[in-house]
Design a binder for this molecule. Sequence first.
Ligand SMILES: NC(=O)c1ccc[n+]([C@@H]2O[C@H](COP(=O)([O-])OP(=O)(O)OC[C@H]3O[C@@H](n4cnc5c(N)ncnc54)[C@H](OP(=O)(O)O)[C@@H]3O)[C@@H](O)[C@H]2O)c1
Length: 392
Amino acid sequence: MAKNIAILGSTGSIGKQTLEVARNLNIEVSGLTANTNIALLEEQAREFRPKMIAVGSEELACKLEKRLKGLGIQVVYGTEGISRVASIDSVDTVVSSIVGIAGLLPTLEAIKHGKNIALANKETLVTAGELVVKEAQEKGAKILPIDSEHSAVFQCIEGNRPNDVKSIILTASGGPFRGKSVDELEHVSVQEALKHPNWKMGKKITIDSATLMNKGLEVIEAKWLFGVSEDKIQVVIHPQSAIHSMVEYVDGVIIAQLAAPDMRIAIQYALTYPERLSNNFSRLDLLKVGEMTFESPDYKTFPCLKLAIEALKTGGTMPTVLNAVNEVAVSMFLEGKIGFMEIPRIIEEIMGRHKVNTRPSLDDIIEVDIWAREEVMSLKRNIRRYGLCRYY
Ligand SMILES: NC(=O)c1ccc[n+]([C@@H]2O[C@H](COP(=O)([O-])OP(=O)(O)OC[C@H]3O[C@@H](n4cnc5c(N)ncnc54)[C@H](OP(=O)(O)O)[C@@H]3O)[C@@H](O)[C@H]2O)c1
């Protein structure tokens, strides 16, 4: 069980819920990080009195340092600062809950220092899964999943032999647009896309859930976390979100994990593993769930899921391209600059332009991430010039 943690991205949805869990369990919090939200970071620092905190820029760090003067909290900044928080000596577990590829380098730094990782930042495994898993094995660092689906699989797989696993079945709620057609999705608003039926999360993952890219990223995450090939990972739409995922075994048995849709349950398990401790979080009332249904994903209306599976099959740097373009396209959608269905179109276009490096180093991955973002920017300039026509 974790005794002393650092939380990367403590001001986000997962970060705040992790602090609730830490407060309940009296876990010491030695490090916190944010990008720009220094008001909330200050509040958290005053309550938890960490040794070190980090923010995105030097300017914000100076402001925060003045506000926290006399409390003995070291304030650092930038990727290097966040990486310092990720490697504080007294910390045994680093909660990786920054959104996007910005989480990769600090998470790797934590692993290099032998910390266990409670992993929410799926982008770390999507972009550099092979390197991250190898490094964790070499340093003896455990990667404990926070993503509810992977936490579920982790719990269903415990105590069984890897060779007996026939398939991993990831469930998906289907998001707010389940059952809609491509035409209906062309003009959906940002507000509609942000209305997830079952979960309250940060904006990026909420849009990813609406496009089903989130499930695609989770398929890639599952491959690296559980060491299975992509043909053994299946996605099933389960709108009630009662079953968080399942594992099918060679003898025909399927083991499922059920819980209320409350991320604090998965966060707590990642921090208390292998123990289970009681809490006052939401409980699943099976009688209220009533019926549980399952259906196939609609790959035509939600091409992002297909693109992610294709990127995984291609391997090498393709998932990095998928992730980078998705990050930029989602923020363009959130800013009202492109329509919802342009997200997969832009991703497909840039993936088509990419020459894959099959055995990338970390530097190659960073370079490809930058390349893919620049490609979207050049598309964006054309979008501005020519409007949202589908010239690509
Ligand atoms: N939310 C969920 O229920 C959930 C479930 C499963 C998995 N996840 C995964 O967990 C991760 C976090 O999701 P979230 O929903 O908690 O996101 P979020 O609410 O948007 O929070 C993101 C956190 O990352 C920080 N951050 C953003 N950009 C940064 C950058 N460039 N450099 C350093 N820090 C940065 C933010 O700081 P500021 O507040 O200062 O901007 C904030 O603390 C994602 O990878 C997501 O896929 C989330």
